[in-house]
Design a protein around this ligand. Structure first.
Ligand code: HEC
Length: 255
């Protein structure tokens, strides 16, 4: 058995940053945390862009053209075979990865649309003042894709568990931490200088994006088209007693 370096550092960093991003996105799915939810969405878009370009210019096994999708037919008849033919993604995993990436794009797209249409915020905030404001179901579509993504995560995890039973010696699960899988021959990959540079730049871009949002919490990606109302100035009593349920300005005066 050889130790083969299959998942390069950028591939693994992408994987775990993506996991964290998706997790934070689900945790910030709350009216009061919508700003953070939106920023995480944009950050995930940067990660998604990285992964798509990595799928074109990246190392072997991370490239989409090394995803053996065309072998799904043969694979489906030997899916429980003990022999592990694929050191990268197997055909089933390849499909799930691709669908996950497409689904992420649709979630972000419908997220930006919902944020604009229903909240009047973000780069599409102007839609809140147009005919499109009537599209009240945009958040349902956003939620549908988000739920579908949970389903994909479950499939992904089931795949790992099945693999753990069938191909214990390959150590697929460990490989997403260490990068190494066990194989008969050494099938290690190596990054070229262009790939290292590109991955480094994308990582810096992601960090810069997050710092930018920290320093400019009202930038155009999350800004509202409406002027903020300081309810405390208008009626402090209302804010303290009633605003936990009523978010609009009170209809009656407490003078
Ligand atoms: C625990 C949550 C909660 C708090 C706190 C609360 N409300 Fe309400 N309020 C409601 C709900 C729910 C309704 C809607 C009842 C219904 O369906 O008609 C409501 C209805 C109302 C209405 C009637 C609105 C209408 O359409 O006729 C008024 C007025 C109102 N609240 C005033 C207040 C004021 C003033 C305070 C603060 C002193 C307050 N509420 C605090 C939950 C709350």
């Amino acid at each position: 058995m050889n130790k083969s370096y299959i998942w390069s550092l950028p591939t693994r960093a992408f994987h775990w940053l993506f996991v964290v991003g998706i997790l934070v996105a689900f945790l910030t799915d709350d009216d009061h945390l919508l700003n953070y939810h939106a920023i995480v969405g944009y950050a995930l878009l940067i990660l998604l862009a990285f992964r798509i370009l990595w799928g074109v210019f990246g190392p072997k096994y991370s490239k989409f053209k090394d995803f053996p999708t065309s072998e799904i037919k043969q694979y489906s008849s030997t899916i429980f075979s003990k022999e592990s033919k694929y050191i990268g993604h197997n055909p089933a995993a390849s499909y799930i990865m691709i669908i996950m990436l497409v689904c992420t794009f649709l979630i972000i797209l419908t997220g930006v649309l919902t944020y604009g249409i229903q909240e009047g915020k973000g780069i599409l905030g102007f839609l809140n003042e147009t005919y499109f404001k009537n599209m009240k179901s945009m958040d349902n579509i956003h939620e549908f894709f988000a739920n579908f993504f949970i389903f994909l995560i479950v499939l992904h995890l089931i795949g790992i568990v099945v693999d753990k039973f069938l191909h214990k010696e390959v150590e697929t699960l460990k490989s997403i931490f260490t990068g190494y899988k066990n194989s008969k021959e050494d099938k290690s990959i190596k990054l070229n200088i262009f790939q290292k540079l590109f991955a480094g730049l994308m990582f810096i871009l992601l960090i810069a994006f997050l710092v930018f949002n920290l320093l400019n919490p009202k930038n155009m990606l999350v800004a509202s088209i409406n002027k903020p109302i300081d309810y405390k100035v208008q009626n402090e009593f209302f804010v303290e007693e009633c605003a936990s349920c009523h978010t609009l300005y009170p209809t009656i005066s407490f003078a």
